[in-house]
Ligand binder design. Structure first.
Ligand code: MEV
Length: 294
C-alpha cells in the first residue's frame, strides 16, 4: 500500500487563520509517497511520526517518505506524513482524516490551526472561514472555530521556491502570537489579511491571476511586519514581483518557501536559477491525499 500525500500552499491568510480569520489554501501537484514498512532496528522518529504510530498502536514500523520537497519548507510536510500514516492503516472519510490528523498535529505542536491537515485531506482550493464555496466541515479548538469549504475553480500555475533554510512553525506562530497579544496593531494586520483573502477568493474564482499576484504582494507586505521573512525570502520575492504577477512567503515563514504567480516564466526560472535555490515549477491540483495498492 502506498499513500500519495500532496504538499499544500497557503495562498492567502497564514498566521491570521490561527485566530479564526479567513485563509485560502490549495494542494499542489507535488506528492510525497508514504509507505509503512515493518522494521526492527534503529528506528528514529520525529515527534509527529512517533505520536501517530502510537495513536494507531503500531510498533516496529519504518515510515518511508519519498518527496523532493525538504521538510520545514512550509509546504505541509508534517501534516502530510501524519495523514499519510493514518490513511495507510485505516479507511477514513476526508472529514475524519482532517479531524484526526489535526488532533495529532495539535497535540504534538501545541498550537496552530487545522488548515494544513484539512487542505491535504480535501484537496483543491480550500477556504477557511469564508462564505463562498461548497461547505466541507467545521473544527473547533480552544474556543476558535474553523469552517472549511471547497472552492471549485480552474487550477493555477505556481512556481514554488524553497528558500534553503527551514522554518519552524512552532517558533514563528509563537512569535506572531506575542505581537497579537500585545496590542491592537497586530489584530489590525490580521483583519487586513482577512480582507485580502476575501478579495483573493474572488480573484482566484474569476481566474484573474494578475489580481491574485497583486494581493499576494499585499499579503506578503503585511506578514513582513512580524519579522517572519528572511533576506533570502526577500530576494526570491523581489524576483517574483519582477517576473511574476506577485509573490509571497507561504506557511509559517522564518525560512521555508515562497510562491510566485508566473508571468514571464522563462526569465523567472532563469533568474531563480542564478540564485541557486530549489524551484518547483508546478500548479495547484484538485486532488487530495489518496492511497493505492502497489
Ligand atoms: C502553517 O502552514 C500556517 C500557519 O498559519 C500555522 C497554522 O495555521 O497552523 C502559520
Amino acid at each position: 500500500m502506498v499513500v500519495y500525500s500532496p504538499h499544500k500552499v497557503i495562498i492567502f491568510g497564514e498566521h491570521a487563520v490561527v485566530y479564526g480569520y479567513p485563509a485560502l489554501s490549495a494542494t499542489v501537484d507535488l506528492f510525497a509517497k508514504i509507505y509503512l514498512i515493518p522494521s526492527r532496528s534503529g528506528l528514529q522518529y520525529t515527534p509527529f511520526v512517533q505520536r501517530t504510530l502510537a495513536y494507531l498502536g503500531l510498533n516496529n514500523i519504518y515510515v518511508k517518505v519519498e518527496t523532493n520537497v525538504p521538510s520545514g519548507s512550509g509546504l505541509g510536510t508534517s501534516s502530510m506524513i501524519i495523514a499519510g500514516i493514518l490513511m495507510s492503516e485505516r479507511n477514513y472519510t476526508k472529514e475524519q482524516l482532517a479531524k484526526e490528523a489535526f488532533s495529532i498535529e495539535y497535540e504534538t505542536q501545541g498550537l496552530g490551526s487545522p488548515i494544513d491537515t484539512s487542505t491535504i485531506s480535501a484537496g483543491g482550493f480550500v477556504l477557511t472561514n469564508g462564505n463562498e464555496g461548497i461547505p466541507l466541515w467545521k473544527i473547533e479548538k480552544n474556543g476558535i472555530t474553523w469552517n472549511f469549504s471547497s472552492i471549485p475553480t480552474r487550477n493555477m500555475e505556481l512556481v514554488v521556491v524553497y528558500s534553503g533554510s527551514k522554518g519552524s512553525t512552532r517558533e514563528q506562530v509563537a512569535k506572531v502570537r506575542k505581537f497579537y497579544e500585545r496590542g491592537s496593531f497586530a489584530k489590525d494586520i490580521m483583519k487586513r489579511i482577512g480582507g485580502i483573502t476575501q478579495e483573493g477568493v474572488k480573484a482566484v474564482t474569476n481566474g484573474d491571476i494578475a489580481k491574485v499576484g497583486e494581493l499576494m504582494n499585499e499579503n506578503h507586505s503585511e506578514l513582513k511586519v512580524f519579522g517572519i521573512s528572511t533576506d533570502q525570502i526577500e530576494k526570491i520575492v523581489s524576483i517574483g514581483r519582477e517576473y511574476g504577477y506577485g509573490a509571497k512567503l507561504t506557511g509559517a515563514g522564518g525560512g521555508g518557501a515562497v510562491i510566485i504567480v508566473p508571468r514571464d516564466k522563462e526569465k523567472l526560472l532563469k533568474k531563480l536559477k542564478e540564485l541557486n535555490v530549489m524551484v518547483f515549477d508546478t500548479s495547484t491540483t484538485s486532488a487530495g491525499i489518496f492511497k493505492r495498492s502497489e
